[in-house]
Design a protein around this ligand. Structure first.
Ligand code: FAD
Length: 437
């Protein structure tokens, strides 16, 4: 079977890998000059099934209102002029009720746990290294109210069977000794010992090389401009130079840009670009840096240790396809880095970056076939694309091959939105779309 995968981010490259392993002839089409140049380039580095949860959670609408007034707020919403942004926000709000949250979280945790296990297997069988660490992740709590919320989260984690530890200050310093000088600012932490960390860009590049060696064709600097449909199937994939490919199956793995290619086919993918920022700081004193990821709950900023760098990432801005670097957001990342690990590195020489998370309103990705016979989706991984990449790719390769995936994939299908759209016309493809840059 000849399969075209569109997009060479972490999702496209892992998809190509598992499809090739299953015996497919795979071509990956990517408009950049190499793999992982967009959202998979400089994310926060967490492979974190323990934190797999939708942003659409009970209490978030109220928190969001408060954040809109705060200078270091993790969230900013700027109208992009499209009806899609409004419908997407409405659909997200509709998911902020306890029942929807529990259902969405259950789906995300199952996929994320499976994905981490697939990643471990790849690492072992391929000898793949990407500055990875298996030291867990740690949520830092600055107030008693956060500590109480963490205890509630711990109860949910216990129900889901996710190992976790609620830590007091002494235990916190044992796990992350570099926090000792700032201990007076903290009250405790929630640790997820089975979470991992690593550089997503390095991983994607290295897996791409192995996939090439295994026979996957990567074509760079080609943009897919159109998918042609005939008799309920994709009949051709049109490239910007006018060339047309005629594969047996097509996988859309274009991250935040998947919606644009699907809309002309009558498919309305509920994937919105949610901008995030990161700052990569070279370490000058490794002992003064975290050993793994710490997540500052107050500012929703994650700080992840790579070998000789500290990656600080966070923020959510809903403002269409805008990559601009707002200096106020970078200042927040610098402020948190200085506040928690003041001696670790030269914060001002850190490299700023922004990326567009491909988010669905319910936080769960789209890993599925579609009403179009040979068109498949692997997109919408939002905040957790690195965490969920290997599992999503393995599930999709199984679906394409007609095999039953190891985990239940029913909740990852687009049909969960199509049913709602038919009833409420919520995310239907008609009026103004944000213009893709
Ligand atoms: C600040 C920040 C921090 C994050 N931290 C984490 C984290 O700690 N852990 C985690 O699990 N996730 C994290 N994420 C999320 C994660 O990075 C994303 O979910 C993931 O990178 C999405 O991968 P992707 O392959 O779907 O998209 P991308 O990496 O964007 O890849 C899509 C590719 O498709 C290509 N493309 C698009 N359209 C076309 C076309 N028409 N023709 C050809 N090519 C096309 C693009 O050029 C791009 O290379 C973070 C994201 C951000 C922004």
């Amino acid at each position: 079977m000849k399969v075209v995968v569109i997009g060479a981010g972490v999702i496209g490259v892992t998809t190509a890998w598992y499809l090739r392993q299953a015996g497919c002839e795979v071509t990956v089409l990517e408009r950049h000059a190499s793999a992982a140049e967009e959202t998979s380039f400089a994310n926060a580095g967490q492979v974190s099934p323990g934190y797999a949860a939708p942003w659409a959670a009970p209490g978030i609408p109220l928190k969001a209102l408060k954040w809109l007034m705060s200078s270091h707020a993790p969230l900013r919403i700027h109208p992009d002029g499209s009806g899609f942004q409004l419908r997407w926000l409405a659909a997200m709000l509709a998911n902020c009720i306890p029942g929807a949250y529990a259902r969405n979280k259950g789906r995300m945790v199952a996929l994320a746990e499976y994905s981490r296990d697939q990643l471990r297997e790849l690492r072992q069988t391929l000898g793949l290294h990407y500055q990875e660490r298996s030291l867990g992740t740690l949520q830092l709590l600055r107030t008693e109210a956060q500590m109480a919320a963490a205890r509630r989260d711990a109860a949910i984690l216990a129900d889901l069977g996710v190992p976790h530890e609620v830590l007091d200050m002494d235990e916190l310093e044992t796990v992350e000794p570099a926090l000792e000088p700032v201990a007076h600012k903290l009250v405790g932490g929630l640790r997820l010992p089975n979470d991992e960390t690593g550089d997503c860009h390095l991983f994607t590049k290295r897996l791409e090389q192995l996939a090439q060696a295994a026979g996957v064709e990567f074509r760079y600097l080609v943009e897919v401009t159109r998918l042609g449909k005939q008799n309920g199937r994709i009949s051709y994939v049109e490239l910007d130079d006018g060339e047309a490919l005629h594969p047996d199956a097509v996988v859309l793995a274009c991250g935040s840009f998947s919606r644009q290619l699907a809309l002309p086919l009558g498919l309305s993918l509920p994937v919105y670009p949610v901008k995030g920022y990161s700052l990569t700081i070279p370490l000058t004193d490794a002992d003064a840096a975290p050993r793994s990821t710490v997540l500052d709950e107050t500012y929703k900023v994650a700080l992840t240790r790579f070998d000789d760098r500290l990656r600080v990432g966070g923020m959510a801005e809903l403002m269409g396809y805008d990559h601009s670097l707002d200096p106020r957001r970078i200042d927040t990342l610098k402020m948190v880095a200085r506040d928690l690990f003041p001696q670790a590195g030269d914060v001002d020489s850190g490299k700023p970056w922004s990326g567009l998370r491909p988010m669905t309103p319910d936080g769960t990705p789209l890993v599925c076939g579609t009403d179009i016979d040979n068109l498949y989706l692997n997109t919408g991984h939002g905040t957790l694309g690195w965490t969920m990449a290997c599992g999503s790719a393995r599930v999709l390769a199984d679906l394409i091959q007609g095999r039953v995936p190891d985990i239940d994939a029913a909740g990852l299908a687009l049909s969960r939105y199509q049913r709602r759209a038919q009833n409420a016309d919520q995310l239907a493809p008609h009026d103004g779309e944000p213009a893709a840059a």
